[in-house]
Design a protein around this ligand. Structure first.
Ligand code: SF4
Length: 282
């Protein structure tokens, strides 16, 4: 016998209201979300408001794989495990396969060379890294948040790749070309300043430096380490003004395209070409 449960009929009840995604997005902010907003508001709309899923690109896949190996390397030092390059090579190969399960990447017949250049950049990093084999991290892949409501701003959230001994905050980047020495800090200041704020809020202490470790996948792989001193009051104010602009723009649903060189790597290029203002505005 099948038991049935009597439920009141609710033909007149209203369907559940769709949550206002733009309003949700105003409650928190991360450095990566803010960067997309500042780069192109229409791209922001496609990715975070409409949540249009796109298959990962070859670059995204390579970045995720390298990131996961570096995370394991950092955790290994935390546990005081001896370093063995073969172990990380095996991990790299297995993660390369595992992270593309259930998805489809358009390799354009370049998967072998993408994999090889990614591994060579990683191998070069292990040979050249300024992080000593015995240097125990303070934190690895730590998820942090800071309540900025006293500044009239949303909660700042983020995941910090690594906090080295001596409170040096590190972010790893896999890149196809060397960062420009004159512009690298300017390009990443927003993210580094956000990490400084998150670190201070979580620990009550000031970071000693903010570092970018670029693993460059050129024919001859390179490691470029760029360092910024602890973020200043001016940099903090600059970030806060950018977050304010995000808040105001989101409330106005100010989703317009910003064409530029960055469009070459935009996963929404085709959708963008069809856009004529419909759907994005309330
Ligand atoms: S193609 Fe360019 S303008 Fe269009 S959404 Fe992407 S980044 Fe914005």
């Amino acid at each position: 016998m099948i038991a049935t449960i009597e439920r009141p009929l609710t033909p007149r009840s209203k369907p559940a209201a769709k949550p206002d995604r733009a309003a949700e997005l105003r409650t928190t902010i991360s450095a990566s979300r803010l960067s997309v907003w500042l780069q192109c508001r229409l791209k922001f709309y496609f990715r975070y408001v409409a949540q249009i899923q796109r298959l990962p690109t070859a670059n995204m896949h390579a970045g995720s794989t390298v990131h996961s190996v570096l995370q394991n390397w950092n955790i290994g030092r935390w546990r005081r495990e001896p370093f063995a390059i073969e172990r990380f090579k095996t991990l790299f190969v297995s993660q390369w396969t595992r992270l593309q399960e259930g998805t489809r990447i358009n390799w354009r017949k370049e998967e072998a060379s993408e994999r090889s250049s990614s591994w060579r950049a990683l191998e070069n990093y292990f040979n050249q890294t300024p992080i000593g084999a015995n240097e125990k991290p303070q934190a690895v892949e730590v998820s942090v948040e800071a309540d900025l409501s006293r500044h009239g701003l949303p909660t700042l959230v983020g995941i910090i790749d690594l906090v080295r001994a001596g409170a040096r905050i590190v972010d790893f980047k896999l890149s196809g070309k060397s960062p420009s020495p004159g512009h690298v800090i300017h390009m990443h200041e927003l993210q580094l300043t956000a990490y400084g704020i998150l670190y201070r809020d979580a620990t009550g202490k000031k970071e000693s430096a903010l570092e970018l470790h670029h693993l460059v996948r050129t024919k001859e792989p390179k490691l470029i380490v760029s360092s910024m001193p602890p973020s200043t009051e001016n940099q903090k104010i600059r970030l806060f003004r950018q977050i304010e602009s995000y808040q105001v723009g989101l409330a106005r649903r100010d989703f317009v395209p910003s064409p530029g060189f960055h469009c070459a790597g935009c996963e929404y290029f085709t959708t963008c070409r069809l856009w004529c203002g419909k759907g994005t505005h309330a």
